[in-house]
Design a binder for this molecule. Structure first.
Ligand SMILES: Nc1ncnc2c1ncn2[C@@H]1O[C@H](COP(=O)(O)OP(=O)(O)O)[C@@H](O)[C@H]1O
Ligand SMILES: [Mg+2]
Length: 460
């Protein structure tokens, strides 16, 4: 058998990519909110600054009288002169600009519209927070002021932050990919081990077992389940092997007997009529018992493969009992039989099998009950089930062997086996027949007193 190594790389990569994707999504959301938050904070700060500068300048203009300070006095726009991120423009009510700084290009943002609101102007070369104010004094417009804050520095900062975060993200994602790969690979390692172990099990027989990982997790449970399955397979395997060995062993005896008689016939049979007849009789007997055994083996083997064919039909128990009782008394006239039961019972089952079962039970009672002993067959039934009981006054079965006698080829007294002519398959077949009819079987026995076998079969 060729050992096929199953590559786990694929699964670990899949998991790693999954980790990385989830991680990337989390990073993305996180960084987007950081960027957005910082941007919001910076704009808010700029707006506050614009508001406060506007109101300072406004107060200055309202408070001024022409003697001290004119609109074009550089002191009025003092803040913008010391801060080159700020532009202040002052216009006369006519709209003519009379005082202004030119710290950065305003691209002609008008002075007299959108009054008294702080606006954010974005796009193109413009990144400004602007407020236009109409300075009202004594119910009349005295002047217009425009205060604007250049956001270029802040935007540059945001841009750098964005790049840094992106780099960190890429590094993080690559790292998570790598870590995810290493992690999933190490987590899947036991599976790799199991695969190898499973491969070796086929090669080195069924005795090898998979090493169970120490942690109590899915993988260790998988290993345990796998090992249990191997135990079961091994048990079945051994049972099959034993069955085949036992079967060959059992068949070897009649074959060697037949060979012995053939040798005898060859040497003396041609002259001696008596030897010839004796040999023929013996060979007949042995081939017959071989045929019976082979048939039984086939019956059991069919069941092992789950191919037992059940031919169920409704039949009369009275009729069946008549047949069985006649055959039994003919086969064993030296035992006292008594067949008793309810009249008119009917059963839906495979008649041939039920008969085979009763005959096997009676056959045992006959074999293991001394001449003159009593053998009873009772049958009673209600609308649910029918109970057959075979009672004998035979040698009985030792307590500790009550389970084993159902095993194939098992006989309590092996020495007597050839004498009684059994193969040890009778009760295996009985058990099988009861099982396929979904019934129950019970044996009660006292050594030296007798045995009673009870079979309960459902009516339908
Ligand atoms: N009625 C019985 N009384 C005593 N022993 C029994 C009886 N039925 C079965 N046994 C024991 O169970 C063993 C298995 O029975 P069975 O499977 O029918 O095989 P076989 O009849 O070919 O020996 C028998 O060999 C015998 O030792
Ligand atoms: Mg038997």
């Amino acid at each position: 058998m060729k050992i096929r190594r199953i590559k786990l790389t694929k699964l670990s990569w899949k998991l790693a990519f999954l980790y990385a994707a989830v991680f990337a999504a989390v990073l993305l959301v996180l960084n987007a909110s950081v960027l957005y938050g910082v941007k919001f904070f910076l704009i808010d700060q700029a707006k506050q600054k614009v508001e406060s500068v506007s109101s300072t300048v406004e107060k200055r203009i309202i408070g001024s009288n022409s003697e001290q300070m004119t609109f074009d006095d550089p002191e009025i726009i003092y803040e913008a002169r010391s801060d080159n991120t700020l532009n202040i423009k002052v216009a006369e009510p006519s709209g003519r600009i009379v005082n202004a700084t030119d710290n950065f290009n305003m691209l002609g943002v008008p002075v007299m519209d959108h009054l008294n609101v702080v606006r954010k102007l974005e796009g193109g070369a413009l990144n400004l927070v602007v407020k236009n104010t109409a300075v009202i004094d004594g119910g009349k417009v005295k002047a217009y002021i425009q205060v604007s804050q250049n956001m270029e520095k802040e935007y540059n900062f945001l841009w750098i932050l964005f790049i840094l975060l992106a780099i960190a993200d890429i590094i993080g994602i690559l790292f998570s990919l790598f870590a995810g790969y290493i992690l999933s690979k190490s987590m899947l390692k036991p599976i790799d081990k199991m695969t190898k172990a499973a491969n070796e099990i086929g090669l080195s027989g069924l005795s090898a077992r998979i090493e169970v990982p120490p942690a109590d997790d899915e993988l260790s449970r998988l290993a345990i389940t796998f090992n249990e399955m191997l135990d079961r397979i091994n048990a079945t395997f051994e049972k099959q092997g034993r069955f085949v060995a036992d079967a060959s062993h059992e068949l070897r005896t009649p074959v060697s007997i037949i060979q012995g008689y053939i040798g005898m016939m060859d040497r003396w049979g041609k002259q001696d009529e008596k030897v010839l007849q004796e040999s023929i009789n013996a060979i007949k007997k042995e081939t017959l018992s071989m045929t019976v055994m082979i048939e039984r083996l086939l019956f059991l083997a069919r069941g092992d493969n789950g191919r037992q064919l059940l031919k169920k039909a409704m039949f009369s128990i009275d009729n069946l009992m008549e047949e069985v009782s006649l055959e039994s008394s003919m086969l064993a006239s030296d035992h006292n039989f008594s067949f008793q039961g309810s009249q008119g019972l009917e059963l839906f089952a495979d008649r041939r099998m039920i008969k085979q079962m009763l005959r096997a039970l009676l056959d045992n009672s006959i074999k293991f009950t001394p001449t003159g002993g009593k053998i009873d067959l009772l049958y009673v039934g209600d609308d649910k089930e029918i109970v057959f009981t075979v009672i004998d006054t035979g040698i009985g079965i030792p307590m500790e062997e009550k389970e084993q006698i159902f095993e194939r080829f098992y006989r309590v007294d092996k020495a007597r086996a050839r004498e009684t002519g059994g193969s040890g398959l009778g009760l295996s077949i009985v058990k099988r027949i009861v099982e396929v009819h979904e019934g129950k079987i019970k044996i009660e026995s006292t050594v030296g007193t007798g045995t009673s076998v009870t079979v309960t079969l459902p009516r339908l």
